[in-house]
Design a protein around this ligand. Structure first.
Ligand SMILES: *[C@@H]1O[C@H](CO)[C@@H](O)[C@H](O)[C@H]1NC(C)=O
Ligand SMILES: *[C@@H]1O[C@H](CO)[C@@H](O)[C@H](O)[C@H]1NC(C)=O
Ligand SMILES: *[C@@H]1O[C@H](CO)[C@@H](O)[C@H](O)[C@H]1NC(C)=O
Ligand SMILES: *[C@@H]1O[C@H](CO)[C@@H](O)[C@H](O)[C@H]1NC(C)=O
Ligand SMILES: *[C@@H]1O[C@H](CO)[C@@H](O)[C@H](O)[C@H]1NC(C)=O
Ligand SMILES: *[C@@H]1O[C@H](CO)[C@@H](O)[C@H](O)[C@H]1NC(C)=O
Ligand SMILES: *[C@@H]1O[C@H](CO)[C@@H](O)[C@H](O)[C@H]1NC(C)=O
Ligand SMILES: *[C@@H]1O[C@H](CO)[C@@H](O)[C@H](O)[C@H]1NC(C)=O
Length: 267
């Protein structure tokens, strides 16, 4: 799996999969509505996912994703306890929905995966490029660079794009977009945490596209980590204002499902 190339795009874009394409059980909707407004889960900044829905079907998702991640990165990290609570609430409330997505792992298995991969996913999501007198999240920069080749990424087409990528059919994006200081820094983070993902064949795919220096481990000086090093309190106050919970449900479930199933694939 060519993690550095489109892993981040796939994870994040899939989270925005059109809410209308998914019909959720009412029990699951209630659970997710609770999650979005839960102060405990505010470390995921889930309330801001509403922006993905209100963006409108033909509007680029890059700006709402940027807003969501900027907020998420400025918040303290979720504790393992919070991750476990989120997973156990979702697996209990959305059991039948998860089965529809062929996710049959137990709550304990999903919790272990979430706890194992969350710190790395957060670090990658919060990398930023400072090279143009500016601090731009690497995800935002990369999605912006990719859009001329994929077309504008919107709620109406992101599902197709993700299915295509999941099937191994990558959009034809030139190496000046895939092999940047941002993607190199993402490679370094993922490789540092999960060296076993990079066997000979993955390495040679990467060096074939990006050259040997891409995997030399040198940290690009223009890239910085923006993830807050604080740990979110498990009972943080400041519950989110009322949000159109109905609208955000599909998005939230799709994010969780996709993130966990992507983890299951790489695990
Ligand atoms: C999980 O559900 C319980 C019971 O409904 C609720 O009190 C708690 O806030 C929820 N936690 C999260 C992280 O959603
Ligand atoms: C979105 O784009 C599609 C395809 O170009 C078009 O048919 C549709 O009318 C657009 N919808 C809106 C709300 O602009
Ligand atoms: C779940 O698995 C079945 C049988 O393999 C398959 O037909 C179906 O498309 C899968 N559903 C999803 C959402 O992937
Ligand atoms: C969270 O859980 C993971 C997986 O069980 C573990 O590796 C990690 O050390 C835990 N983190 C903390 C801060 O306890
Ligand atoms: C900062 O970065 C954004 C996104 O890449 C870009 O649109 C903007 O022009 C940049 N601003 C400056 C002052 O370079
Ligand atoms: C990549 O190269 C193409 C063709 O030379 C150019 O049009 C495009 O702006 C470049 N993209 C980036 C992000 O540098
Ligand atoms: C793949 O590349 C990484 C990073 O340079 C290196 O640490 C690792 O040993 C390589 N894996 C193999 C199987 O050569
Ligand atoms: C990428 O990182 C290298 C090494 O740190 C640096 O010399 C170069 O200027 C950076 N490139 C850009 C476009 O920021």
């Amino acid at each position: 799996m060519f993690v550095t190339k489109f892993g981040v795009l796939a994870l994040i874009a899939a989270g925005a999969q059109s809410a209308s394409a998914i019909s959720l059980s009412s029990k699951c909707q209630t659970t997710l509505a609770g999650l979005v407004v839960s102060s405990e889960a505010s470390c995921l900044n889930a309330g801001s996912l509403v922006g993905l829905v209100v963006a409108g079907k033909n509007t680029s998702l890059v700006s709402p994703i940027n807003t969501w991640l900027t907020g998420l990165c400025s918040r303290g990290a979720c504790t393992n306890e919070t991750l476990a609570n989120v997973v156990s609430n979702v697996t209990a409330g959305c059991q039948s929905d998860l089965e529809e997505y062929n996710i049959t792992a137990t709550s304990a298995q999903l919790t272990a995966l979430a706890q194992e991969y969350y710190p790395t996913a957060r670090k990658v999501a919060c990398l930023a490029d400072t090279s143009n007198n500016n601090k731009t999240l690497c995800v935002t920069e990369t999605l912006t660079n990719v859009q001329p080749y994929t077309g504008t990424i919107t709620t109406s087409n992101v599902g197709d794009l993700v299915s295509q990528i999941a099937a191994g059919d990558y959009p034809n994006v030139p190496s000046n977009v895939t092999c940047t200081n941002c993607t190199k820094a993402a490679f370094d983070v993922v490789h540092g945490a999960f060296p076993s993902l990079f066997d000979d064949s993955v390495n040679s795919t990467i060096t074939g596209q990006c050259g040997a220096s891409f995997i030399d481990g040198a940290e690009p000086s223009s890239i910085t980590e923006t993830a807050s090093t604080a740990i979110a309190s498990n009972s943080s106050s400041g519950a989110l204002a009322a949000v159109p919970a109905g609208a955000v449900l599909g998005v939230a479930l799709a994010s969780l499902v996709t993130v966990f199933s992507a983890f299951a694939v790489v695990a």
